[in-house]
Ligand binder design. Structure first.
Ligand code: PXP
Length: 325
């Protein structure tokens, strides 16, 4: 699973006798010795990768320490191994759809707050929810409870309506992602068009920033939009991956190139690089491999899979109740 990351090695650093403490890599060492006895068996590289987090000025930068296999012999000769530092892409899990299922019956389950806790147990780096003006899925109560319970990072997605901005300012999430919103749309359709950025957008950015909330703008992956985002003084942009996700073949390659060009400019201008919309288990890796990608926000595909991987267990539990009267 880490194969394509090799090309993203940032630098080589020397770790002196990193495995002296066998507790760090017991499974890795066991696998290596098995591999020596059975050379055709493939090593699981994950066994050797360790996850670390660098904390700088209140920000955390997760990365992987990845052994450089070309120098594996050095480890046996000098007990020194050269490794690469690999920046990791953070995963923001959008749980709106959990609330959509609840609202289908206007009942209390499934509770998006419970989903947020479990997503965090699964490793989510942030939880994203979109409080829509029509409250079609996430409700004000969810926002209040999530603000108190999220232990990772809280990414509040919202439009620039003063009412919603005020709610965001009240709960002070870690990040606010501003998106366009139309009542008739099924999901957020396009990015914000910053060419027509009006007073409402500027006021929203100012109000959120005043509360110390990091502001991200959801925009199409166009150079002009990126430049305008920088001018608006935000810290991050989320590039809309919808068109990349919807296309195939050559067209998709072109959309990926478009994302890459916009990403380069985002980094050049000193903004944080986020992306999302329509990403799935099948199409996510090329986007995650874009150099400098900091955060991906994914909802539909994760919630869809969670239903499928969970339904068998849920049925078994109901059968158990029926059969143990
Ligand atoms: N990013 C933004 C700004 C969104 O509006 C959405 C959808 O709510 C997502 C990411 C997640 O998109 P998807 O549900 O297709 O993964």
């Amino acid at each position: 699973m880490f194969g394509t990351r090799k090309s993203r090695d940032l630098s080589g650093v020397e770790l002196q006798q990193p495995w002296r403490n066998r507790q760090t890599f017991p499974s890795g060492l066991a696998q290596l010795s098995r591999r020596l006895r059975h050379p055709r068996r493939r090593l699981a590289p994950q066994a050797f990768a360790t996850e670390r987090c660098l904390h700088l000025r209140g920000e955390s930068f997760p990365f992987l320490i990845w052994p450089n296999w070309a120098n594996i012999k050095d480890y046996f000769n000098s007990r020194t191994l050269t490794v690469g530092l690999l920046p990791m892409v953070e995963l923001g899990v959008n749980i709106d759809h959990v609330a959509t299922v609840r609202q289908a019956r206007k009942t209390v389950e499934p509770d998006p707050v419970a989903a947020a806790v479990l997503a965090e147990l699964g490793g989510a780096d942030s939880i994203t929810v979109h409080l829509r003006e029509d409250r079609r899925h996430i409700l004000d109560r969810d926002i209040r409870v999530l603000a108190e319970t999220i232990r990772s990072r809280f990414n509040f997605e919202l439009c620039c309506s003063p009412e919603i901005v005020q709610i965001a300012c009240g709960v002070r999430p870690d990040q606010a992602t501003l998106v366009p919103e139309k009542r008739e749309e099924i999901t957020t359709e396009g990015g914000l068009d910053l060419r027509s950025a009006g007073k409402e957008l500027r006021n929203a950015i100012a109000a959120l920033s005043d509360q110390g909330i990091q502001v991200s703008l959801f925009i199409d992956p166009d150079q002009e939009q990126v430049r305008l985002a920088k001018e608006l003084g935000v810290q991050a942009v989320e590039l809309h991956t919808g068109q990349y996700a919807e296309t195939r073949g050559q067209e998709q390659i072109e959309q990926l190139e478009r994302l890459k060009r916009a990403s380069e400019l985002v980094l050049e201008l000193g903004l944080k690089l986020h992306a999302g919309h329509g990403l799935t288990y099948q199409n996510v890796r090329p986007v995650a491999s874009i150099p400098g990608m900091h955060e991906l926000n994914i909802g539909h595909s994760i919630v869809s899979r969670s239903i499928l991987v969970g339904i068998e267990k849920a049925v078994r539990e109901m059968k158990y109740l029926l059969n143990t009267l």
